[in-house]
Design a protein around this ligand. Structure first.
Ligand code: UDP
Length: 232
């Protein structure tokens, strides 16, 4: 079994909203370790919102702003990778562009080699291109490395028919198809990533990162959250 776990940048910051919250990251590490110890191959994609978002920077060129965002995702992966190592896991960080000796250049073969050695593989730097997101990055890498599904750890515990923070009657889906996600513009991953997931049959499981043991539960299939299905 090979899965990719997507964490938002904000998730790493815990209540602080920016930077890192070590306790939050350690909880993630301990759960991923349980999966790896059982033989699951785990890849990780992390956003950058705890440091920077390209599209919200008003006065600088978008391409440059997005480059800063991609670099933020690499900082996040280096940090999380080190916490994982301190919990006894082996890790490697792959990026779509050269970062000297900080990371290694992504290729499918290289990722496969690390997975085969039971390493956790971090896919940092998003797609390597501006105007994309780490949502698209995680779906793209899931397709390339032939992952079985994506685990989307979020602030909310699944996919709702409207924003649960604004609408107390919002209904949560146990299961929803990617076609419905796209048609109704439901908040799962952004539209570019949704279409890529639909066209290449990448299922996703959405759950709340803050819930105890939620990553392990989601990986087992019995979890509090929503399964996003693709073509049956
Ligand atoms: N980013 C990019 N290309 C990618 C992935 C990320 O340009 O393939 C940049 C973009 O500026 C984005 C930032 O990195 O705002 C952080 O990524 P994340 O996916 O967390 O963005 P968010 O959706 O939170 O803005």
């Amino acid at each position: 079994m090979r899965i990719l776990l997507k964490l938002s940048g904000e998730a790493l910051a815990g209540d602080k909203k920016t930077g890192f919250d070590e306790e939050t990251v350690r909880k993630v590490a301990l759960q991923v370790k349980q999966l790896v110890d059982k033989g699951t191959q785990v890849g990780i994609v992390i956003g950058g919102g705890n440091f920077w978002r390209g599209r919200t920077s008003e006065n600088i060129d978008r391409v440059k702003a997005d480059q800063i965002g991609m670099l933020a995702t690499i900082m996040n992966c280096i940090y999380v990778s080190e916490i994982f190592r301190s919990e006894g896991m082996m890790t490697n960080i792959l990026t779509p562009f050269e970062c000297g000796s900080f990371t290694k250049l992504f290729s499918k073969d290289r990722a496969n080699k690390y997975f085969a050695r039971n390493m956790v593989v971090f896919f940092a730097g998003g797609t390597g291109h501006p105007y994309f997101s780490t949502d698209t990055g995680v779906v793209l890498r899931a397709i390339e490395v032939e992952a079985d599904y994506i685990l989307l750890a979020k602030a909310v515990d699944g996919v709702y028919d409207s924003d649960p923070a604004k609408n107390p009657d919002a209904k949560r889906y146990d299961t929803v198809s990617i076609d419905e996600v796209i048609a109704e513009n439901l908040q799962v991953v952004d539209m570019t990533a949704s279409i890529l997931a639909r066209d290449n049959n990448v299922p996703m499981r959405v759950f709340a990162l803050q819930e105890e043991n939620s990553i392990v539960n989601a990986a087992s299939g019995k979890f509090n959250g929503t399964t996003v299905t693709t073509r049956v």
